[in-house]
Design a protein around this ligand. Structure first.
Ligand code: NAD
Length: 295
């Protein structure tokens, strides 16, 4: 059993923290939203009234927050956790954030003798619930080895991408590709529908053909085609358009800074930005399908 503090109990962090409890760890939790705390308490978590209180006695601190500014505020700012934690604590930030913030937290942690890994995840809310997430880890070999057993309670594939920040680089590449696949899949399915095909039949064909991809296999964007997808639940839950737009901003920012060519990423970013601006920011990102229906 490890004493773990878990900060950020949203769509992803909530089920991840519950899986740590199920694995027998002592998990002390904090979130700004009272309902998120109650849900964890009902599942065996110990509720703290601040992040600072949650980390008292923790051997491992895990955060799952929306964006880089939240992570910077938690660890780096006045009363940031890196000033409080004893040497030898392991800090795991699983949020998807900009590389610069991940590297800044990593550098300050190293100065304080604290092990740090950035460990963004892939696999969505269903993967978080099932404990089958992929963790894409950046950090030293030693920090990676320390983090692996804890991450295995929440995920199935644990990758070591490189030094601190490398997990975020791999994650932003993956999510840029995911956005392109989702937009392309929605586009192809609506083209079929517009020409008289049943989207379920077309999906069954394409998933066994060369258009096969993750969105067709397990995250179909058309309502009713697959049970238990956000599309079949009014695009509720899942991975919000706002968060995808954040990730696309991270990818395009890195691409422009490094002079990488990302024309498909730029197209996809423009599509998801327009979709978000039309009031869909809190819907799951597969709701990009509605964009094709409306236009
Ligand atoms: P979410 O908005 O559902 O959850 C974030 C939680 O953080 C909220 O409960 C919020 O109250 C809490 N929070 C914010 N600031 C806080 C603070 N200062 N102290 C304590 N709690 C605070 O978001 P999510 O979907 O769980 O995503 C979390 C991260 O995981 C994001 O970086 C996202 O990009 C990434 N991610 C999400 C998915 C997905 O499918 N939802 C998949 C992979 C990665």
């Amino acid at each position: 059993m490890t004493n773990i503090a878990f900060i950020g109990l949203g769509n992803m962090g909530g089920p991840m923290a519950i899986n740590l409890v199920k694995a027998g760890h002592r998990v002390t939790v904090f979130d700004l939203v009272p309902e998120a705390l109650s849900a964890l308490e009902a599942n065996g978590g110990i509720v703290a009234d601040s992040a600072q209180a949650a980390v008292v006695g923790a051997e491992v601190v895990i955060s799952m927050l929306p964006a880089g500014k939240h992570v910077a505020a938690l660890y780096l700012h006045d009363e940031g956790l890196l000033q409080l934690l004893p040497k030898g604590t392991l800090v795991v930030d699983s949020s998807t954030i900009d590389v610069a913030t991940a590297q800044a937290v990593g550098a300050k942690a190293a100065q304080a003798g604290i092990d740090f890994v950035d460990a963004p995840v892939s696999g969505g809310v269903s993967g978080a619930q099932a404990g089958t997430l992929s963790f894409i880890v950046g950090g030293t070999e030693g920090s990676f080895k320390s983090a692996k057993p804890v991450l295995e309670a929440m995920g199935k594939n644990i990758f070591h991408a490189g030094e601190a920040g490398a997990g975020q680089i791999a994650k932003m590449c993956n999510n840029m590709l995911l956005s392109i696949l989702m937009a392309g899949t929605a586009e192809a399915l609506q083209l079929g529908v517009d020409n008289g095909l049943d989207p379920k039949v077309l999906s069954d064909i394409m998933v066994k053909s060369s258009g096969r991809n993750w969105t067709l296999e397990i995250y179909n964007p058309v309502p009713g085609v697959m049970p238990n997808t956000p599309a079949s639940n009014d695009y509720q839950g899942g991975f919000m358009v706002d968060l995808m737009n954040k990730d696309l901003g991270l990818a395009l920012g890195a691409a422009h800074a490094g002079d990488s060519m990302v024309p498909m990423g730029e197209q996809s970013a423009a599509l998801f930005a327009a979709h978000g601006e039309q009031g869909n920011g809190r819907l799951d990102f597969s709701s990009i399908y509605q964009h094709y229906q409306k236009n």
